[in-house]
Design a protein around this ligand. Structure first.
Ligand code: TUI
Length: 317
């Protein structure tokens, strides 16, 4: 079974899959596990300081000699310092989220780094191609965390048509059917986040993991639509209160900000499943068990191969 695309060529991996850059969640454990399993594992810089990210890079390198990456959340106050660390450390792959990494790209490219911005619209994809990105991740609003407007189904083919660099799909991909669908939409790879929340090597608080396993199809919601920072997370007390405050014109927006500050850390580290932000995608409803990352990847691609081979039957007369 071979899934060779421009993405496997670019990333030098067995499978065209990268792990989502999940802030506070993705550390060297999950990153090295995904890389050792034939994908690209990522350390999420999130809002961490640059020194922390450098240590994480060193730890990944102790555990794998395969390609790995760092996800830089561009709204972080440490983003510029982390941009420098990935350069100094010659990290093989950098993905970015929540902003435009254009000013860093020339230096990263000069250092031989593969640059893959995560974007949520056609105009962003075109801008990223223009400033030298090697590929883009088209992330639909089924995804967990900070999201855009369009669904994966609508976004992916429009981005594929608009750029000539390869496209990976994210948002709604949790099994082999999702991978097969991504290929059908013209993508050449996938980024998977939510399914890896249930990886054995994913060191989130057990309460967070359990919330993902318990989550049903309509178990996620989006907070921050009215404040310009839409974030998909599992419905809990925090999410319900924020959504209610957003509907109330008299609600104190500062109070809302206060409730959200530190809430992702509270979920991931402290296991606060009531007032923590349990970021997860809509596919949380199809994540049912904790498995090693390598098993997740093998299973997903074996299923994708089966689904794609079975699709021939649709054309039989
Ligand atoms: O970045 C993500 N997902 C994230 S970041 C994050 S940490 C966070 N925590 C609390 C509040 C907000 C963030 C959790 N999840 N996904 C990638 C992504 N990036 N989706 C959309 C974008 C994006 C948004 C604006 C990319 C570019 C952009 O502007 C650039 C431009 O050129 O317009």
């Amino acid at each position: 079974m071979a899934f060779q695309t421009r993405i496997t060529e670019l990333l030098h991996t067995e499978y065209p899959i990268i792990q989502g850059g999940m802030a506070w969640v993705a550390d060297y454990h999950i990153a090295s596990a995904v890389s050792n399993a034939g994908g690209v594992g990522l350390i999420a810089a999130g809002s961490a300081p640059a020194d922390f990210v450098r240590e994480q890079i060193h730890k990944v390198r102790e555990l794998t000699d395969k390609p790995f990456g760092v996800n830089i959340m561009l709204m972080s106050p440490h983003a510029a310092d982390i941009a420098q660390v990935v350069l100094e450390e010659k990290v093989p792959v950098v993905t970015t989220g929540a902003g435009n990494p254009g000013k860093y790209i020339p230096d990263w490219k000069a250092a031989g780094i593969t640059v893959i911005p995560v974007i949520a619209s056609v105009s962003q994809a075109i801008r990223m191609e223009r400033v030298g990105a090697d590929a883009v991740v088209a992330e639909g609003c089924e995804a967990g965390g900070h999201i855009g407007e369009l669904t994966t189904m609508a976004l992916t083919p429009q981005i594929v048509d608009a750029v000539s660099i390869p496209v990976l799909t994210a948002g709604g991909v949790a099994d082999g059917r999702g991978i097969a669908a991504a290929f059908m939409l013209g993508a050449e790879g996938v980024q998977v986040g939510t399914r890896f929340l249930a990886a054995e090597e994913c060191n989130i608080h057990p309460n967070y993991k359990q919330a993902v396993l318990d989550c049903k199809d309509i178990g996620t919601t989006v907070t921050g639509r009215t404040t310009g920072s839409p974030v998909r997370c599992i419905k809990n007390k925090l999410a319900r209160e924020i959504v209610a405050m957003e509907k109330d014109v008299k609600a104190d927006k500062e109070e809302m900000e206060k409730m959200l500050t530190g809430s992702l850390r509270a979920a991931v580290v402290d296991g606060d499943d009531k007032m923590g932000s349990l970021m997860a995608g809509q596919v949380a409803g199809m994540v049912h068990k904790i498995q090693p990352a390598a098993e997740i990847i093998k299973e997903m691609f074996a299923e994708a191969a089966q689904v794609l081979a079975g699709a021939q039957k649709l054309l039989a007369d």
